[in-house]
Write a protein that binds this ligand. Structure first.
Ligand SMILES: NC(=O)C1=CN([C@@H]2O[C@H](COP(=O)(O)OP(=O)(O)OC[C@H]3O[C@@H](n4cnc5c(N)ncnc54)[C@H](O)[C@@H]3O)[C@@H](O)[C@H]2O)C=CC1
Ligand SMILES: N[C@@H](CC=O)C(=O)O
Length: 769
């Protein structure tokens, strides 16, 4: 074929995920318009996401039940019609429908033929090719409606194949002739569109190149009609592992043609195994990426070294007639016969030496994780180790190996539970904005890998730094009714050497996971008071677990937010100090409410403001009942070495709905009267905790001007500590003890402390080795 244009010709292949909705079609149209400013563009399109599977299901129904098949086809067409209505003005929609009518009629006939049992495979092949035709004609009509010259052609006119309906082979010379014979007019359009996935035999019958073979179609088109190829999908190029298995998998910038071939032969779904054949013959280049992601992966003919380790996972195909097994560089049939329920994980090592060392190390890691390696094979020349394992372990094993091949050398992974809450989101913001500076100043590198709330989890990609964007994506994740234990399992199965889990929830379920995290060597950082204020035995066990597994357990913010209270008290205790008398104001919410009512604000309004300002607990009754203060006092005293249970604290609530009723005007009036009384006596109100002679009490107090608490305002907390070392003049810590900014700052500081401690610890992989 010849084109009259001098510009470079580029084939852009759009996978099903890039055509999943009307918005996606509009994005593809914009992308094409931009690209055709600097190149002549040929677009090869797949069927919209899920359509080929739906058509396949239709053909299977047709074998036994014509009505159901016809209903299933109507459903597919209804989904397409919805796209057409959303995308095309009426006149273009009507042209489009006329253009496609012939294919729809044919499809219906073919379904009938399938039902009658004649030449079934040929009819199935035709029906399956419908998805690409619908996409191509819709995209072409959309571009035309946007005043672009665009035209589409079914690939049956261009790609000629053997007479096999499925997994057919290319007829090179017939295809060459077909491209040469194609009407010149077609190539006058600014944007030319060709359907992917299929071709035709010498009799014009539709044939299929294989499951997900639109990449291969695009490579054939490139070999005959273009200078280079770009495959555009929903993953940012070739990743270090299948992102469905390893959410944190990384994009590999460059890959040799040999490795790309081997990778697809080993079952990595990212490239159809035959895609590279036509390009290899013609020496044309290939890039994989997304519409948004600039970097992607370039496949290069010459590359001195493998730049990064890679993993390919392979499990037996679902639709055998559509998916030819990859011709792996080993006798797959034998393996499968011996281990029928097995899957394969191939490890491409970047390390140029020590193949046997790696083979043994990875095998040991499998053994320690309880994954039984059924068989393994070392392909020395290719520096690839193939493991056969039970299929059920495929995802876990892939993640485990990935974490060993990509140990975060400097980085510490951070997962935030409760990320959409007030403290969680501000902490995320700090991690994203202050992370760079922290790294520059101290070398501590933090990487947020996961965000969770009570129903959703988002696995973050590297370099995602837009806090609101991440939170939006978290909110778009599917809702899961998952028990907390499953969340813990998911986080642990990532296999990070250095992982900090931040619990920014107020959930007892999440607090119940700390033992599991600590025992697995994962640091816990928390402002959630529930674990440490549980039974004393649990508090002690958590401390010993952390010590035993050499893992940080940081909870400074559970008492007085970012104020330095627990760490200094712990240091004193380690030096042998014993507290005699501790007095403390520990509730920012109550401090704020009392200060406000003493300035004339009604009690109910003051409580409302404390909630709005982010001082109160998710359930503010936890503050008003005094329970939150009791918990903080327990944690404080236990940190000083006092062995005390919650039942030993004498608590008088500030407001308990069971005792005092709902917060209404009567309550406001009672508080107004009390304030008048107290002010008449030149006193103030404060809610304080006290420890003296082994007794602990929490409650409302009237204090006069001599009290160290008399001058406290707003959310100010205070701890006054007298001990063996601080006898005459007490140790006093005071300052705001609640609020989103101060708490998140304290939490950030604890995350850094935990990350630094993890960095000093020997890597888990070394321990495992
Ligand atoms: N507000 C403050 O000044 C201070 C708060 N804290 C503590 O910080 C924690 C968070 O407080 P806020 O951000 O105000 O709460 P919030 O209610 O705004 O956020 C809680 C988050 O936890 C998530 N969550 C709840 N149950 C969950 C579960 N089972 N699994 C996963 N996620 C779950 C929620 O979806 C939400 O994203 C609380 O424990 C609080 O005591 C500690 C010191 C000061
Ligand atoms: N709700 C608490 C803040 C968290 O500990 C308070 O008001 O002090």
């Amino acid at each position: 074929m010849s084109t009259s244009l001098k510009k470079k010709t580029i084939t852009l292949k759009f996978g099903g995920s890039t055509l999943a909705s009307a918005t996606h079609f509009l994005q593809v149209a914009e992308y094409l318009k931009t690209r055709c400013q600097s190149a002549t563009v040929i677009a090869v399109v797949s069927a919209t996401k899920g359509t080929t599977d739906a058509l396949y299901a239709c053909t299977q129904l047709a074998k036994h039940n014509r009505e159901q098949a016809s209903q299933a086809l109507s459903d597919i067409l209804a989904a397409h019609n919805k796209l057409v209505t959303e995308l095309l003005p009426a006149s273009f929609a009507s042209n489009y429908r006329q253009e496609i009518a012939h294919y729809l009629e044919q499809t219906k006939t073919r379904l009938q033929n399938i039902h009658q049992g004649e030449n079934i495979d040929w009819h199935i092949a035709f029906v399956l090719s419908l998805g690409e035709k619908l996409s191509a004609s819709l995209l072409s009509a959309l571009l035309q409606s946007q005043q672009r010259t665009a035209s589409w052609v079914p690939s049956e006119l261009l790609i000629r194949t053997d007479s096999e309906p499925f997994n057919t082979n290319l007829d090179q010379s017939a295809t060459e002739k077909a491209f040469a014979a194609l009407n010149e007019d077609y190539f006058q359009s600014a944007i030319r569109i060709i359907t992917g996935f299929c071709g035709a035999d010498k009799d014009g019958r539709t044939t299929l190149l294989g499951r997900n073979a639109s990449d291969y179609s695009a490579a054939i088109v490139t070999a005959f009609a273009a200078d280079e190829l770009e495959l555009l999908g929903d993953t940012a190029g070739i990743l270090s592992a299948d992102p469905d298995y390893v959410p944190g998998a990384e994009t590999v910038a460059e890959l040799s043609v040999e490795d790309a071939c081997l990778l697809s032969q080993c079952g990595a779904g990212v490239l159809h195994p035959r895609t590279l054949e036509p390009l290899l013959k013609t020496g044309k280049s290939l890039r994989l990426g997304t519409l948004q992601h600039e970097q992607g992966t370039s496949i290069r003919a010459q590359l001195a070294h493998r730049q990064a380790s890679l993993l390919a996972a392979w499990s037996p195909p679902q639709h055998a007639e559509l998916s030819k097994k990859p011709p792996l560089p080993l006798n797959l049939k034998k393996w499968q016969a011996r281990f029928p329920e097995s899957s394969l994980v191939s490890v491409f090592l970047a390390d140029h030496h020590a193949l046997r060392y790696w083979q043994n190390l990875l095998t040991d890691i499998a053994a320690q994780a309880g994954v039984s390696v059924l068989q393994r094979k070392l392909l020395s020349k290719q520096r690839v180790i193939v493991f056969a394992i039970p299929s059920i372990e495929l995802q876990r094993f892939t993640r485990l190996l990935h974490s060993r091949l990509y140990p975060l050398q400097q980085e510490t992974a951070v997962a935030i539970i409760g990320a959409s809450g007030r403290i969680g989101r501000q902490t995320l913001q700090l991690l994203l904005t202050e992370g760079q500076r922290l790294f520059a100043e101290s070398g501590t590198q933090l990487r947020v890998i996961a965000l969770c709330n009570s129903k959703q989890t988002l696995w973050c990609k590297r370099h995602e730094n837009d806090c609101q964007g991440l939170l939006n994506r978290l909110a778009e994740q599917p809702l899961q009714q998952r028990p907390a234990s499953l969340l813990a399992q998911e986080l642990l199965s990532q296999g990070y050497d250095k992982l900090v889990v931040v619990d920014a929830s107020a959930s007892s379920e999440i607090a119940g996971l700390y033992e599991q995290f600590l025992a697995a060597g994962v640091a816990v950082v928390t402002p959630n008071k529930l674990a440490n204020s549980d039974a004393l035995q649990r508090f002690t066990e958590l401390q010993s677990l952390a010590r035993k597994h050499r893992v940080p357990y940081c909870y400074e913010t559970t008492v007085a937010a970012a104020l330095p209270v627990l760490k200094p008290l712990l240091d004193l205790r380690r030096a042998g100090d014993t507290p005699h008398h501790v007095e403390a104001v520990l509730s920012g919410t109550i401090g704020f409410v009392l200060d406000s009512v003493q300035q004339g604000t009604p009690f109910s309004a003051a409580v409302q403001q404390a909630v709005e300002k982010g001082y109160a607990e998710p359930d503010p009754l936890q503050d008003l009942s005094g329970e939150d203060v009791a918990r903080k006092m327990l944690i404080l005293l236990r940190t000083c070495g006092i062995r005390i249970e919650r039942s030993e604290i004498e608590l008088t609530p500030l407001h308990d709905t069971n005792l005092h009723g709902p917060i209404n005007q009567q309550v406001d009036e009672r508080w107004r009267q009390l304030v008048l009384e107290v002010q008449a006596a030149n006193q103030r109100l404060c809610y304080a905790a006290q420890y003296r002679d082994g007794n602990v009490s929490v409650g409302l107090k009237r204090i006069d001007a001599q009290s160290p608490f008399y001058r406290l305002r707003g959310t100010e907390n205070a701890v006054i500590y007298q001990s063996t070392f601080y006898q005459d003049i007490p140790l006093t810590v005071t300052g705001p003890g609640a609020g989103i900014n101060v708490t998140s700052a304290g939490l950030f500081a604890d995350i850094v402390v935990a990350a630094e401690a993890l960095s000093r610890r020997a890597p888990l992989s070394a321990i495992a080795a």
